[in-house]
Write a protein that binds this ligand. Structure first.
Ligand code: SAM
Length: 272
């Protein structure tokens, strides 16, 4: 969708003059579902922080490893993925259903462009189910109500909050949203979070985010690894704890190789 005229449908809720998180992320992941304004903002941020593209890809690779663990070893068969982003390779349902074809997945996002592309996310296996909820993380109860069309909340759910909590500016509100969502899930459910920080690149990351907040939507709030760890309060955090997402159970590389850290910290925890 590189032709901006073709995608700028007036009244469809798209603002093609402001860069949006889902579209710039899609650009960094090598996708085509973005506008000129997103590519310009993406290039500008990447000029300030060249590792940002690597960070977007490391985030996506973490999604794959986390879901393979959840659907495999942990036996999770239901996923609620809030802040879905635009479809790309290896979306949540594809990874989960490759391991367990009967997996049920609900996606939720508040960007109208993600809704337009949702049909690409609704390609479930015949044994499983995929559904899409147009919902805002600021209103977790609405998302839970609509997700209950598809998910059985008497059974464990894997809640995925990847690259979204840093779009909730108020830290106390962000904690309370996560508590509310996890409170609705039965023991044996899992919380998976990936969140931007400046722990690795410091001022370069902070400058890139200041620029993002001038040109893009929704604004971003960086948090420290300690603040990110607090999202898991009351849950059993799995090894290796909260770490850079490139270092969460990485696939084995050439001997002794540790992947470079990126400014996206993550964790996976089980509700006891
Ligand atoms: C950086 S992308 C992450 C995409 C994907 N989860 C990933 O990790 O690759 C952030 C996504 O969160 C969505 N988002 C941001 N704030 C939101 C909110 N308050 N409610 C619902 N979705 C939101 C954006 O529209 C975008 O699709």
């Amino acid at each position: 969708m590189a032709d901006d005229e073709a995608v700028a449908r007036p009244g469809a809720g798209f603002d093609t003059t402001v860069s949006h998180s889902a579209r710039i992320w899609n650009y960094w992941l090598g996708g085509k579902d973005n506008y000129a304004v997103d590519r310009q903002a993406g290039d500008r941020v990447a000029a300030m922080l060249p590792s940002i593209v690597e960070q977007a890809r490391a985030d996506r690779a973490f999604l794959g490893r986390a879901i393979r663990y959840l659907a495999g070893e942990a036996g999770i068969r239901q996923f609620l993925d809030i802040g879905t982003g635009l479809p790309t390779a290896d979306n949540t349902h594809e990874v989960a259903q490759r391991v367990a074809p009967e997996s049920r997945i609900v996606y939720a996002d508040n960007d109208p462009l993600v809704l337009v592309h949702a049909r690409a996310l609704l390609t479930s296996t015949p044994e499983g189910v995929c559904d899409y909820v147009e919902g805002d993380l600021h209103e977790p109860d609405k998302i839970l109500t609509e997700a209950a069309r598809t998910l059985d909340f008497d059974q464990p759910v894997g809640l995925m909050l990847l690259g979204i909590l840093h779009h909730i500016s108020d830290t106390d509100e962000a904690y309370s949203i996560v508590r509310r969502l996890m409170g609705a899930l039965v023991p044996g459910s899992f919380l998976t979070i990936n969140h931007s920080t400046s722990a690795v690149h410091g001022e370069a990351m902070e400058e890139a985010v200041r620029h993002w907040n001038l040109v893009g939507k929704p604004p971003m709030t960086l948090r420290t690894p300690e603040q990110i760890t607090r999202f898991f309060d009351g849950l059993d955090l799995l090894e290796p704890g909260v770490v850079s997402c490139s270092r969460w159970r990485p696939d084995p590389g050439p001997e002794g190789d540790q992947p470079a850290e990126v400014d996206e910290f993550c964790g996976v925890a089980r509700k006891p």
